[in-house]
Ligand binder design. Structure first.
Ligand SMILES: Cc1cc2nc3c(=O)[nH]c(=O)nc-3n(C[C@H](O)[C@H](O)[C@H](O)COP(=O)(O)OP(=O)(O)OC[C@H]3O[C@@H](n4cnc5c(N)ncnc54)[C@H](O)[C@@H]3O)c2cc1C
Length: 360
């Protein structure tokens, strides 16, 4: 029997598996997908995420990650350009998650791909491999809740629908985007655009359900609406690499797990906290929570202690990010905030810093 079972092989699960295997624990990771897949994500790696990956031994240069040092924030005909307080990297989740799972396997973790955990009951996991009763369970199933350990998302902002697609841009548009991340605001949503490996562009976009249904409810309608934004016009001749975009609905923005003495299962990544996507800090949180959980498990601590520490580490950045997201949704605060940023673009750097997870 494996001492630790990890449910989910995304960033959080993969990172925890590496660290626990290095500490000599017997680890089994269950990932429902048989092969690496594209995932909905802006694919912007913050400095905290990069440092965590470096500590794990993941070489972003070898994986071909792009470099991003400038943020361009656009709305209607206006645009502010500001340096990021760090050089970010862009890399597809398909490549990154695969690299982590490969490393976990080489480190000694048992990786079972194509295995779904159907439910968590008392000390038992019901899986497509049969029932398991590990000493320690780590929930790292990301956006997908497992029956028996669903997240309590009351009070979170769940009314966005997300789209993601990879694009091949015309040469001039690609050169213009090189080194930058574009955030384009539009009524009831925003889009993020950046280069990842091999000069491919990742477009990730969030729109409220209300607006989506008002414009016709389809990706085509969303894309055409985006093209009407002056600073998105460069996408006009882009070639869509996916047959259709990836979509997601109901992501519980602002969710931060409350520790409870009855906690039996360690929550990691999106199962522990969901920061608004525009911050580009979700992957750093996934890696941070994985490192913390591995440490607590190795020291013999319990899930409640892990959750209490994680909550303390994340509370400030989650509050800043959620407040900014809510400001962005209402006309007057949005207008005031954007006006202020136009006068003082240096504030962008401070806001970016305010949404970073504390280093550990
Ligand atoms: C629109 C959008 C844009 C984003 N942009 C960024 C960004 O630019 N930068 C950033 O840092 N963060 C971003 N994020 C956040 C980031 O994607 C997540 O925080 C991060 O993926 C969380 O990692 P995870 O390991 O918790 O979950 P995931 O990466 O979702 O991994 C979970 C894994 O569990 C598996 N799984 C699920 N259910 C089961 C089951 N029952 N049994 C077995 N396996 C299961 C899944 O197949 C998956 O591989 C964005 C999120 C969204 C929604």
């Amino acid at each position: 029997m494996n001492e630790v079972v990890i449910v989910g092989g995304g960033l959080a699960g993969g990172a925890a598996a590496i660290q626990l295997a290095r500490a000599g624990r017997s680890v089994q990771l269950l990932e429902r997908e048989r092969e690496p897949i594209d995932k909905i994500c802006g694919e912007f790696l913050s400095i905290e995420a990069q440092r965590a990956l470096d500590r794990l031994g993941v070489d972003l240069d070898r994986l071909g990650a792009s470099h991003i040092s400038t943020l361009r924030l656009a709305w209607s005909r206006r645009r502010i350009e500001a340096p990021l307080p760090f050089t970010a990297r862009g890399l597809s989740r398909k490549r990154l998650d695969a690299a982590l799972l490969d490393l976990a396997e080489r480190t000694g973790a048992k990786i079972d791909r194509g295995v779904t955990v159907r439910a968590a009951e008392a000390r038992r996991l019901v899986t497509t491999l049969g029932d398991l009763a590990p000493m320690v369970t780590l929930a790292a199933s990301g956006k997908h809740d497992v029956r028996g350990i669903s997240r309590d998302v009351a009070g979170c902002d769940t009314d966005y629908v997300g789209f993601k697609i990879h694009l091949r841009l015309p040469v001039r548009a690609r050169a213009d985007l090189d080194g930058k991340v574009d955030v384009i605001l539009f009524e009831d949503g925003y889009a993020g655009l950046q280069l990842i490996e091999d000069g491919i562009a990742n477009l990730c976009l969030l729109i409220t359900k209300r607006r989506l249904s008002a414009i016709g409810g389809t990706w085509r309608a969303v894309f055409e609406m985006l093209l009407r934004e002056p600073y998105a016009a460069m996408l006009e001749d882009a070639e869509e690499i996916f047959a259709r975009p990836l979509t997601i609905a109901g992501v519980p923005y602002g969710y931060l797990h409350r520790d409870n003495v009855d906690d039996r299962i360690f929550r990691l990544g999106d199962q522990a906290a969901v920061i608004p996507s525009f911050c580009g800090e979700g992957m750093a949180i996934a890696l941070h929570s994985a490192a913390l959980a591995a440490l607590v498990v190795v020291e013999g601590g319990d899930a409640a202690a892990h959750h209490a520490t994680l909550r303390r580490d994340l509370r400030r950045s989650m509050a800043v990010a959620t407040t900014l997201q809510r400001c962005g949704r209402t006309a007057l605060p949005r207008h005031l905030l954007l006006g202020l940023l136009r006068i003082h673009p240096g504030l962008i750097s401070q806001l970016v810093r305010g949404t970073r997870v504390a280093a550990r």
